[in-house]
Write a protein that binds this ligand. Structure first.
Ligand code: GLC
Length: 478
């Protein structure tokens, strides 16, 4: 079986969020099951790309609106990732310092549609006009969601319409919405089909993908349910539910392994976690001037509305200003206003709180190992990987009960539970959850039992990769 993934991100080549982790690990696990999967992504100006060697395997020109552009398809020479990686090189669109966002202005690039449309067209040109003969195209999020429309409706790609397509929704908040005039960038198609590209009077790439793909997947079952109940595309998710399924993401247990993780102060296993986690905690506390004798609750992630990061400043202050001994740590970037709030907390609670307003993969690993708890107050969480990473490192998750968080964390109050959950997106509910975490921490036997339970849970891809395999088989044999 020969699958091609089309994605805007892939770890470690270029990462902005969890999409990269999934696209960087799923193909590895599928390979173990005998599925050949390639990843095709844009050639950005990332360090990883500069440090690796590529060979051009195809090049050509393809139309974009009234003009045309030149592209190259380049294969990574050494197969470093364990699966074939192909870059679509369109220098005028992707040779820039950011992935989606211009780091100088903090805003998204002005030509987002042209960037990802040209990426998709070039990739499809290559597949169409070379010897590539995929059994299925697997698209991820709105950046590649036009593929199902293009191969079934655009005349230039005639002959590709029988290739099955899967569209995985990792984040439905971003849809790729533009004015209808932008339809004209697409290669010619029968104008009577234009409705497929439209949602609510706009050109909506994600909606077009949902309508035209063979199968929709979301990255957790609960997220699928939530999408068809609530939100601006809920009607569409609801009407396409016959071809939809939620498949929980797995994690890359090679990259996320406390036994071998090169970023830790001290590696550990289930047997040695007690002492060694403490060593990691001491190292982190040293670095950020915190107190290793206090419980440490950390947040790692984008400082974005969806992630509920705006709930944190008041929540942290509430506990920091109280009599209780507790430390908080935060790692992430995003909303400038939140940067300011966290900077204020930094100076107000020296020795009790520290915010690293940064994107730092190595530090993230150490925080997972060193913390006692990870907090995720997400408004929306399609799957969430951080709670799974944290549990593998014996760090107890405190999560809002939505999407994938609901599917992966069972409250300690329920039978067999091992995490702390809350439902209402309010200061009160979150504070109550943190209070429960502090009580658990003070009961060292209970805390240790929970740690052991979570370290034994299996969030590897094995399970989910099988579900994808079944789905691929069903579509290919159809
Ligand atoms: C997005 C979602 C996150 C999910 C990830 C991988 O980043 O916000 O919940 O885990 O994609 O699918």
């Amino acid at each position: 079986m020969n699958i091609i993934h089309l994605s805007a991100e892939c770890y470690p080549v270029a990462k902005a969020g969890g999409l990269a982790d999934v696209v960087g690990s799923l193909p590895k696990y599928m390979k173990k099951m005998g599925v050949e999967a390639k990843v095709v992504m844009p050639r950005y100006a990332t360090d990883w790309i500069h440090e690796h060697q590529f060979e051009t395997v195809f090049e050509g020109d393809t139309p974009l609106g009234a003009g045309q552009f030149h592209y190259k398809i380049q294969r990574e020479k050494k197969n470093t990732l364990g699966f074939p990686l192909y870059l679509v090189d369109i220098p005028e669109r992707f040779d820039r310092p950011g992935i989606y966002i211009d780091p100088y202005s903090g805003h998204g690039y002005w030509d987002e549609l042209e960037r990802y449309m040209s990426f998709q067209l070039a990739a499809l040109d290559w597949i169409h006009y070379s010897d590539e003969d995929p059994d299925l195209l697997h698209c991820h999020d709105h950046h590649t969601a036009l593929v199902p429309f293009i191969i079934t409706r655009c005349h230039r790609y005639r002959g590709m319409e029988d290739i099955p397509t899967v569209l995985t929704v990792h984040n439905a908040e971003y849809q790729g919405v533009y004015d209808r005039g932008a339809f004209s960038l697409l290669p010619s198609f029968n104008y009577s089909e234009v409705g497929l590209l439209d949602w609510d009077g706009k050109f909506n790439c994600l909606a077009a993908g949902l309508k035209c793909c063979w199968k929709i997947t979301t990255v957790s079952p609960s997220y699928m349910e939530e999408l068809s109940k609530d939100g601006d595309l809920s009607l569409l998710y609801h009407s396409e539910r016959h071809k939809s399924v939620g498949i929980l993401n797995g994690i890359d247990t090679d990259v996320w392994n406390p036994k071998t993780d090169p970023y830790l102060e001290k590696n550990y296993t289930l047997k040695t976690h007690r002492k060694s986690k403490l060593k990691n905690k001491k190292a982190l506390c040293d670095q950020f001037d915190l107190n290793p004798d206090y419980p440490l609750i950390s947040y790692i992630g984008r400082l974005a509305h969806e992630k509920g990061a705006d709930l944190l400043p008041d929540l942290f202050s509430h506990f920091l200003a109280s009599e209780q001994s507790v430390n908080f740590m935060l790692l992430g970037t995003g909303d400038r206003y939140l940067h300011e709030r966290f900077n204020q907390l930094n100076s107000r609670f020296v020795g009790f709180f520290d915010a690293a307003l940064d994107y730092n993969e190595a530090l993230a690993h150490l925080i997972y190992a060193a913390s006692d708890f990870i907090i995720m107050p997400s408004r929306v969480e399609p799957c969430g990987l951080n709670q799974m990473y944290s549990m593998r490192y014996g760090t107890v998750p405190i999560v809002r009960k939505v999407g994938g968080l609901k599917d992966t964390v069972k409250d300690i109050g329920d039978e067999g539970g091992y995490g702390i959950t809350f439902y209402d997106f309010t200061h009160h509910a979150a504070a109550e959850a943190v209070q429960r975490a502090l009580s658990l921490y003070s009961d060292s036997k209970g805390m240790n039992a929970v740690r052991k339970t979570i370290m034994k849970l299996d969030f590897s891809w094995e399970n989910s990769a099988n579900k994808y395999l079944e789905l691929y088989r069903e579509l290919i044999n159809d």
